[in-house]
Each structure stands twice: as structure tokens, then as C-alpha cells.
Design a protein around this ligand. Structure first.
Ligand code: G1P
Length: 290
């Protein structure tokens, strides 16, 4: 797409039951991978894709996310007075100056599709990105969302990130039917939310990154509850397919499912091994322990 992706939506209202009891008071998006919360990795990826408007779809239990991106005067003054410039920059420069954050409350947990629909008054009619912060994607070069925005052939096209998953896990994902035998991308023929392995059209799963046209909102408004009794984004994408184009995109990078404990452990190890101050000791610990 020639124009950059200006607006990115972060659906962050979910309860995060897989991380109870911690998520009783800590928003799951605030769980850290080393010293950064998951939401920071997601925001960095959106900014890398060119976003200047970050839209958080939040709930009454998730005030910590807005607090995190807000200025912490007392803390900053203290760090400034004690000359801790590096730490001061770490808490101050979470988002570039030209980027603004908008918070929209999703007052009922009616599903991912409903959460995205809550962004309609802010996004309007333009193409936008969606990042699910549970899916942390690391890449040495361009972030996954930037790769997708650059690939998007026109402002009316949808682009969804996909990755192969084991057959037995199809019931955890939106599953795509597309011929990905050659190249990074392919036109989606069909998409279905959380099918059982025996009826899944493939093992190509939707990962939490989307580039969507503004028209998706009209389709979401008409979407009725689907899998799990929730309004599913996948069902609105299936409707978009009927008279529009949607591309499955295999991004470059490694995805960590940080909505699961194992995914969070793997991400933590991965980033520790990349950090020159931690790599050697982490490697030694792992080698000695197992
Ligand atoms: C959501 C989407 C699903 C997608 C998944 C990726 O499911 O509904 O299509 O595959 O994110 O993480 P959830 O994980 O919210 O149940």
C-alpha cells in the first residue's frame, strides 16, 4: 500500500484467564518479557508500520495500560534529580512524540469482532491495522505489520497473517483455506473460526495481525454471534471475502503465543539469549539445569 498504515487497533479488554491468579490484578498485556510488557512490543510494531494513532479497546479492569503510557511525573522527576538518564529515557520514551493514544471502552465482552467494531468512530473509513498483543512477533528486519502494510495491494484489500500450526490445534485459531504453495501470500478462498481438526480446511492459522479496509465495520455490524457465542472478526472477514479480496500473508519472523505460559517462557528465553548482558548466564543456566 502506498500510504502508511496510520491507525492500529489493540483489542485489550480480555480477562486473560490463562494467567490467573496473576491476571486478577495485572492485565495480561502488562506481563513482561524481560523488562518490557507485551503491550510495548505490540506498540513498537505498530509504530514501525507507520502508525501515529494507537487505539486501545479496553475495559474497566485494564486501567494499567493507560497508566503505563501516561506520564509519571514523580518518577520522572526522581530519576532526573538522581541523574539516572538511561532509566528516565526508558520510562519517558515509550512512544514517539507524534503518536497519540486513544482509549475506547468495550463495556461488554462480546468477542474480538465486537472489540474491533468499538474502534469504528475513531478509524472511520480508512484502512487500519489490528494487533493482538498476545501474539508477540520478533523479526530482525521489518515488523510483521509493516510487511503486511507494504504488501497490501490496495486500500480495499484485507491482509491476514498466517502460520502453519499442528492439525490438532486448529480449534484454537481462525483457519484459512488458501493455496500457499508458492510465495509468501495467496488469496483466501475461505476462512473459518476455530474448526475441529477433522473439519478444518487446512492447518494454516490466523495469527494476531490484520490489515483491514474501513468497510469491515459495516460487515461487523451485521455479524451475529459465531464460535463460542461471540461476535467473531473471522466471520466478518468471511463476509468481506464474498465480494472483496483478502490475502493470507506468511510474515517473516518468529511468533510467540504469549497467551500461553509456554509461549511466554519461550519468548523470555529468546529475548534473554539476544541480550548481551543476559545471554551467557542464561545459556549456562539452561545447559546446567537440563
Ligand atoms: C483470535 C482470533 C483467531 C486467531 C487468534 C490468533 O482468537 O479469533 O481467529 O487465530 O486470535 O491469536 P483468540 O485467541 O482471541 O481466541
Amino acid at each position: 500500500m502506498s500510504a502508511p498504515l496510520r491507525k492500529v487497533v489493540f483489542p485489550v479488554a480480555g480477562l486473560g484467564t490463562r494467567f490467573l491468579p496473576a491476571s486478577k490484578v495485572v492485565a495480561k498485556e502488562m506481563l513482561p518479557v524481560l523488562d518490557k510488557p507485551l503491550i510495548q512490543y505490540a506498540v513498537d510494531e505498530a509504530v514501525d508500520a507507520g502508525a501515529d494513532t494507537l487505539i486501545f479497546i479496553t475495559s474497566r479492569y485494564k486501567h494499567a495500560i493507560a497508566d503505563y503510557f501516561d506520564t509519571a511525573y514523580e518518577l520522572e522527576q526522581k530519576l532526573e534529580r538522581s541523574g539516572k538518564q538511561e532509566l528516565l529515557a526508558a520510562v519517558r520514551d515509550l512512544i514517539p512524540k507524534h503518536v497519540r493514544c486513544i482509549y475506547v471502552t468495550q463495556s461488554e465482552a462480546l468477542g474480538l469482532g465486537h472489540a474491533v467494531l468499538c474502534a469504528k468512530p475513531v478509524v472511520g473509513d480508512e484502512p487500519f491495522g489490528v494487533i493482538l498483543p498476545d501474539d508477540l512477533i520478533w523479526n530482525r528486519g521489518a515488523g510483521a505489520l509493516r510487511q503486511m502494510a507494504q504488501f497490501a495491494p490496495n486500500p480495499e484489500a484485507g491482509v491476514i497473517a498466517v502460520e502453519e500450526v499442528p492439525r490438532e490445534e486448529t480449534h484454537r485459531y481462525g483457519i484459512v483455506d488458501a493455496d500457499m504453495t508458492s510465495g509468501r501470500a495467496a488469496c483466501v478462498r475461505h476462512v473459518v473460526e476455530k474448526p475441529r481438526p477433522e473439519v478444518a480446511p487446512s492447518n494454516l492459522a490466523i495469527v494476531g495481525r490484520y490489515v483491514l479496509p474501513g468497510r469491515i465495520f459495516q460487515l461487523l455490524e451485521k455479524t451475529t454471534p459465531g464460535a463460542g457465542g461471540e461476535i467473531q472478526l473471522t466471520d466478518a472477514i468471511a463476509a468481506l471475502l464474498r465480494d472483496g479480496e483478502v490475502h493470507a500473508f506468511r510474515f517473516e519472523g518468529t511468533r510467540f503465543d504469549c497467551g500461553s505460559k509456554l509461549g511466554l517462557v519461550k519468548a523470555t528465553l529468546h529475548f534473554a539469549l539476544l541480550d548481551p548482558t543476559l545471554a551467557q548466564a542464561t545459556r549456562a543456566f539452561v545447559a546446567a539445569s537440563f
